[in-house]
Design a protein around this ligand. Structure first.
Ligand code: HEC
Length: 155
């Protein structure tokens, strides 16, 4: 009896340990290219923020933030078919991170309109956190720095 229970426990545990090495999401080539374009825009926007904040250019910060909020490929550039496919294939955790990132960009825009430098920096920090969270979880094959050497000794 104990052996049977142990076996059943193992069955439950094994699939988990097999997926411990986080798999990156795989997207169709056309969607991947669009996403890469959006990511490059996001990167440029984020990089520009450092100096815009440092120089107190809040109207420009708000403009960049609004662009980041709106540059939502899932909403805009995709065809209907691509969008259906994406919604069906993307893990819900990925979609949640994406939505949170865009919501934070919206909050950043509001903080900038209020010239609230501290809150602006807070949301920039939160948005950087979102890049890290999503890349570490779903794009770790591209961004190898996120796989820790100790837990991935077979690499
Ligand atoms: C919800 C998930 C998600 C968030 C949030 C996210 N990214 Fe990405 N990012 C991806 C995925 C997925 C790829 C890989 C796309 C591909 O190659 O198909 C990627 C790739 C990239 C690339 C490489 C693009 C290329 O040309 O290959 C850059 C640059 C990038 N992200 C910047 C950022 C920055 C900066 C942030 C935060 C401000 C960010 N991303 C937030 C999912 C995300």
């Amino acid at each position: 009896m104990k052996k049977v229970i142990l076996f059943l426990l193992l069955l439950q545990v094994l699939p988990l340990s097999a997926t411990e090495d986080k798999a990156s999401i795989e997207l169709p080539k056309d969607i991947s290219l669009l996403l890469q374009q959006e990511m490059q825009q996001i990167r440029q926007g984020m990089e520009s923020l450092t100096w815009l904040v440092a120089s107190g250019n809040f109207s420009a910060v708000a403009k960049v933030a609004q662009e980041l909020e709106a540059g939502y490929i899932m909403k805009h550039k995709l065809s209907k078919e691509q969008r259906h496919l994406l919604v069906a294939t993307l893990p819900s955790g990925f979609k949640a991170l994406d939505q949170r990132f865009h919501a934070q960009a919206g909050l950043l825009a509001v903080a900038a309109q209020q010239h609230d430098a501290e809150l602006v920096n807070f949301y920039i920090y939160k948005m950087n956190e979102a890049c890290v969270a999503c890349h570490a979880e779903y794009v770790s094959d591209r961004f190898e720095g996120f796989s820790s050497p100790s837990s991935h000794s077979h690499h």
